[in-house]
Design a protein. Sequence first.
Length: 66
Amino acid sequence: MKERRKAFRENEKRELILVVEHFLRILEGLVRQKEKKEGPNGYWSRCATNDDGHSRRGRREGRRII
């Protein structure tokens, strides 16, 4: 009986590890996608805002005011 319980526990551990690895792979893919979309300077370069929440460059350069 003890052997069975031990084997069951080992199996559970293996399954949990597989699930976690799968989840991490998905997260890595999402991060890579985000980096590709935002470019080298990231989100803030795309819509840098002043303290009042409006964009620094305004609409003149095709940036929308937030």
